[in-house]
Design a protein around this ligand. Sequence first.
Ligand code: CO
Length: 484
Amino acid sequence: MKPVVFNNTVLRDGHQSLAATRMKTDQMLPICPVLDNIGFGALETWGGATIDSGLRFLGEFPFDRLDTLKKACPKTKHMMLFRGQNMVGYQHYADDIVEAFVNTSARHGMDIFRVFDALNDTRNLECAISAVKRAGKEAHGTICYTSSPVHTVEKFVKMGCELEEMGASGIVLKDMAGLVPPYIAYKIIKGLKDNVKIPVLFHTHDTTGLGATSYYAAIDAGVDAVDVSVVPFANGTAQPDAARMIAMLADHERKPSYDTKALSEIREFLKGVYAQLGAYTMPKNEVIDSDALNYQVPGGMLSNFRNQLKEQKMEDKFEAVFAEVPYVREKLGWIPLVTPTSQIVGTQAMMNVKFGRWKMFTPQAMDIALGYYGRTPAPVDPEIRALAAKNSGKDPIECRPADLKKPGMEDLRKTLREKGLKDDDEHCVIYAMFPQQLEDIYKKPRSAYELKKPAPKSSLSGKGKGEFSLNIDGVSHKVVIEEI
Ligand code: CO
């Protein structure tokens, strides 16, 4: 029996989950040699929200962080989280932009691309996975875990087989909400191990207190690697702590032999960083959220919506709104809840409770209903689809959403030249997702990026009907709501 491999997420998901993605490259560097020497399977150092947050709040050009961390951790493979056709943004981009992003990241040393899609529509993973393969790097095909009447162990296993056929070099079960119970984790991992030849990995969060036990069950089922972090950027809404997992595996035939002294050294160092990021960390007693289990929604979504309901003076509607979530999910084809679908479904549930079902239909929810995010796990309710078409004036689509996008790199290059900015691939791909934020880092003074009191993690502001501003992880999105 091979020991289980630990991948370490402290430089990405650890602080994304517990400190609003605010760890600066400079705060990471002193501990990089220790992290690099432990022998983790991979270090997750980039992707997810780190690119948006690094640009927006820390004034860092994303590829500079990658170069710096590559140099600081030269021995271990680097890994990133990649939202398929959305790259690290919130919408679908043209294939040539996705390919350029993958190639550029590969050139800067990214080794493993973890590719997922919020709807588990494998068509949205195809372009990224084949670009990663062509670049000679590893593509982890990722399955987003969710529970619903149409999600079964067999279907998750089938998706794993599809991703293997597509050329993935590993399959990841990604449980972003920490909702997978241990025995179900066991069955999915066992099913994948029995049916695919490539390594099987598991990523969860300890949000509901199930994470470490689900890892244990997955290790019994033969999972090749799991993601761990290091306290204080571990447990709770982040990954289980590495030292805790080692202790849990005492006498287990698959217990790995990572240096626990080195892990203590990392923990001692990170305590200082955690204290510096105090304005962004969560109170300890809010770390495990059993409401997430009751409502089967991500923990982050619960805390965001508690704030939003308060702002909308709907605190007394908490139960009603969360009871509405499964209804909205069902009508929209039982989509998983992960950025951006968790925010879209939650907002629609709130609108339904406030104004009556589908009296206000958000443009994003209409786009899901019409296929503009991809194929949903179950068909969208035909009446809801028809309502979305009528209200938006758009036709439903069945094709892969990016098939409607024209190549975009040449236009991006032209725009950057006109603005007097560098027009290399690095700047083009970042500008495609975050145009204003990229311009800002060249215009704004450094003092603009100094630590300040954070905006609430998520909020919805606006008066009554009409225009709302939806804040997702500190990023403001305009939501225009039309009455039907
Ligand atoms: Co995660």
